[in-house]
Design a protein around this ligand. Structure first.
Ligand code: CP
Length: 341
C-alpha cells in the first residue's frame, strides 16, 4: 500500500489493517491532551467542540486519497453494517454515504419510506428497532421532522448519523462545506463567508453557522427579511438584506436553495422577483472579490438562486463539494461506527 504522508496515524492503523492498532484509539477520553472521538452519533455541529470538528476534517483529509486509487477500498469497517434510512428525497447525501460505506468495506442497506411498512402506520422507533434487530451498527437517517435524529439516537443502541432533520441541521453537509473552504482557502479562522438565500428553512445554513463560527470564520447571512430567522445574530453572524452589499469582500459565497416544499406561506412576491433581488448572476459577481469561491449544497434551481453561468463557472467549487462529501462521510462513519457501545 502506498504511504500517504498526510495520513492520520489512527486512520492509517485502521485502514491498513495493522495488528498494532491501538484498540482504545477512538474510544475513551484520556488525560493526555489528544482528542478522541467518543460519540456513537453525529446529530449536529452545535454539539461538537472545535477539536471534534477538526478531528473529522483531519481524518477526511487522510481518507480523501483512497478515492483516487485504482482499487478504492480499505478494510476499516469490514464486518460492520450501515443502514441508509431516508424519509425524504436525496441524490447527493444518500449516494455519498453509500459510496463512503462501501469504500470502507462496510455492508450497506438502503431503506426508503416509499414501499416500506411506514406507509402502513409503523412508527419511526419501531422501524429503526427492527433494522437494529438485524445487528446494524450505524443508521444514517434523513427525516422531515427537526429533532428526529436525536430522538432516534436516544431510542436505539446503534449509532445515528443525522443526514438532515427538518430545518434543524445537516451536519455532514456543514462539515463537507467547511472541508472544501479550508482546502481552497487554506484556512477557516478569519475567513469571510456569506450564506445567501432561504436561511429560515435551511438546515445547511444552521450547520454552516455552528461549524464555521466555532472554527473562527466571520459569517454573514443574506436574504429577504421574511427568510431570516429572528435573533439569528445571537449565533454570532451579521445580517444583510441587500445582496450587493453582502457579497462585497467575501472569500466564500454559499448559496442556498429556496425551500418551497417547507414554506407554509408567501415569503416573497414571486420566484422571478427573488431571482432579480437575491439571485447570484454574472452581473452580481462583478461586485464580489475576484477570487471568491461559489458553493451550493444542491440541488440547484438554476436561474433562481444561482445563474447557470456562475454555477458552472471557474469560481464554482460545487462538484468539489460532492467529491469531498465522500471523504467527510467516510470519516464520520469511521469514527462513529468504531466507538465502543
Ligand atoms: N445537499 C443535499 O443534502 O443534497 P440531497 O438532498 O441531494 O441529499
Amino acid at each position: 500500500m502506498r504511504e500517504n504522508p498526510k495520513r492520520h496515524p489512527e486512520v492509517a492503523a485502521a485502514t491498513e489493517g495493522s495488528q498494532e492498532r491501538d484498540s482504545s484509539a477512538t474510544v475513551s477520553p484520556q488525560n493526555d491532551g489528544k482528542v478522541r472521538w467518543i460519540r456513537k452519533d453525529l446529530l449536529s455541529l452545535e454539539e461538537l467542540s472545535k477539536e471534534e470538528i477538526e478531528l473529522i476534517l483531519k481524518t477526511a483529509e487522510s481518507f480523501k486519497e483512497i478515492s483516487t486509487r485504482d482499487v478504492k477500498k480499505v478494510p476499516a469497517l469490514r464486518g460492520k453494517t450501515v443502514a441508509n434510512l431516508f424519509f425524504e428525497p436525496s441524490t447527493r447525501t444518500r449516494t455519498s454515504f453509500e459510496v463512503a460505506a462501501k469504500r470502507l468495506s462496510a455492508d450497506i442497506i438502503n431503506f426508503s419510506s416509499a414501499g416500506s411498512s411506514t406507509s402502513k402506520g409503523e412508527s419511526l422507533t419501531d422501524t429503526a428497532k427492527n433494522i437494529e434487530a438485524m445487528n446494524v451498527d450505524t443508521i444514517v437517517m434523513r427525516h422531515p421532522s427537526s429533532g428526529s435524529a436525536e430522538y432516534l439516537a436516544r431510542s436505539i443502541r446503534a449509532g445515528v448519523i443525522n443526514a438532515g432533520d427538518g430545518i434543524h441541521e445537516h451536519p455532514t453537509q456543514g462539515l463537507l462545506d467547511i472541508f472544501t473552504m479550508r482546502e481552497r482557502k487554506k484556512k477557516i479562522e478569519g475567513l469571510k463567508v456569506c450564506l445567501v438565500g432561504d436561511i429560515l428553512h435551511s438546515r445547511v445554513a444552521r450547520s454552516n453557522i455552528w461549524g464555521l463560527t466555532k472554527l473562527g470564520a466571520k459569517v454573514r447571512v443574506c436574504g429577504p427579511p421574511t427568510l431570516i430567522p429572528a435573533k439569528i445574530e445571537e449565533l454570532g453572524v451579521e445580517v444583510f438584506y441587500d445582496v450587493d452589499e453582502a457579497v462585497k469582500d467575501q472569500d466564500v459565497l454559499n448559496i442556498l436553495r429556496i425551500q418551497l416544499e417547507r414554506q407554509k406561506g408567501a415569503f416573497f412576491p414571486s420566484i422571478r422577483e427573488y431571482a432579480a433581488e437575491y439571485g447570484i448572476s454574472v452581473e452580481r459577481m462583478k461586485k464580489a472579490k475576484k477570487d471568491v469561491i461559489i458553493m451550493h449544497p444542491g440541488p440547484i434551481n438554476r436561474g433562481v438562486e444561482l445563474a447557470a453561468e456562475v454555477a458552472d463557472g471557474a469560481q464554482s467549487v460545487i462538484l468539489e463539494q460532492v467529491t469531498n462529501g465522500v471523504a467527510v462521510r467516510m470519516a464520520v462513519l469511521f469514527h462513529t461506527t468504531m466507538v465502543e457501545r
